[in-house]
Design a protein around this ligand. Structure first.
Ligand code: NAP
Length: 262
């Protein structure tokens, strides 16, 4: 049976796990390619083809899909990587490629949590300015530029890698470390830096949840940025369901045979 080609858009632990499980379950029935943006310079070892770097927008991705004869596309990028998800949806539609989004579930607030929900990064910037409290920012380097307008508020910024240039923030301390984090570590960090409020994306998942738990224990408010929504693609949050979807696509015929003419 000719195999189908699955493209996984990666950059998350979920994408890597999906690639490993799909390889175990489908073996040579499925060719798998995982794509990384190449932002962190760190890609896991995977039992499949790995490519690194942007495609060159929606058209570049559509060209890749056609050139590599991609049949199935799973967008398993971070829930806040909205640009690539938009490109994935449009390119898949253009190339008539079956596609879905595989996202980890969002975090939910408990009764004792003091979450201040905002719909956008700009909303978070405004809240930080209005509150004027010492703020822990764990949102990634790309989004920090939005906080350059914040005045008279001390910021503690956590990044994975040392930035190439000093950040253009008025008043900040830098903390460098790579997830995952545990509760004890996060409590210590909040105490040592006298953090009064946290800004977080609602990323979901276990790797960075400890800061939310630490805030809960210490009764520190969290300005929580809600996820961007992509209305037009199906979203699955469970790996087994994603594998079932792939299985369903593998048994579907590769082409619709023409009816025989007598
Ligand atoms: P983004 O804004 O949605 O995408 C920006 C550009 O990066 C895209 O237009 C695309 O370039 C390229 N790109 C992104 N993901 C790619 C992939 N898997 N393979 C090939 N090219 C990709 O994304 P982002 O927020 O900068 O995130 C970049 C990567 O980091 C993502 O893969 C994401 O999963 C991961 N990540 C993001 C966050 C976050 O908070 N945003 C957190 C953890 C990990 P072209 O237009 O040239 O194709």
């Amino acid at each position: 049976m000719p195999h189908k080609h699955l493209l996984i858009l990666g950059g998350t632990g979920e994408a890597a796990e999906l690639a490993r499980r799909a390889y175990q379950v489908f073996g040579t029935d499925l060719k798998i390619t995982v794509s990384y943006a190449g932002v962190t310079g760190h890609q896991p070892d995977l039992p499949c083809v790995v490519r690194v770097g942007g495609f060159g927008g929606e058209d570049g991705l559509a060209h890749f899909i056609e050139h590599e004869k991609i049949d199935l596309l799973i967008d398993a990028t971070h829930p806040f990587a909205h640009q690539i998800s938009l490109h994935a949806f449009k390119a898949a539609e253009k190339c008539k490629c079956q596609a879905l989004i595989y996202n980890r579930p969002a975090w939910n607030a408990e009764k004792s949590d003091q979450w201040i929900m905002v719909k956008s990064l700009q909303g978070a910037v405004q809240k930080v300015q209005d509150l004027g409290l010492k703020c822990f920012l764990t949102i990634g380097i790309k989004e920090l530029a939005a906080f350059e307008t914040v005045k008279n508020v001390p910021l503690v910024v956590r990044l994975i890698n040392e930035p190439d240039h000093p950040l253009k923030l008025e008043n900040y301390e830098l903390v460098l470390s790579r997830p995952p984090y545990d509760l004890a570590q996060e409590r210590t960090l909040l105490e040592e830096h006298h953090i009064e409020v946290i800004v977080s994306k609602n990323s979901g998942g276990a790797q960075t949840f400890a800061k939310i738990e630490a805030a809960r224990h210490k009764r520190i408010p969290v300005i929580m940025i809600e996820r961007p929504v992509l209305q037009d693609l199906a979203v699955l949050e469970n790996l087994d369901e994603v594998l079932d979807w792939i299985k369903g696509q593998l048994v579907a015929p590769l082409f619709t045979p023409e009816p025989l003419v007598n």
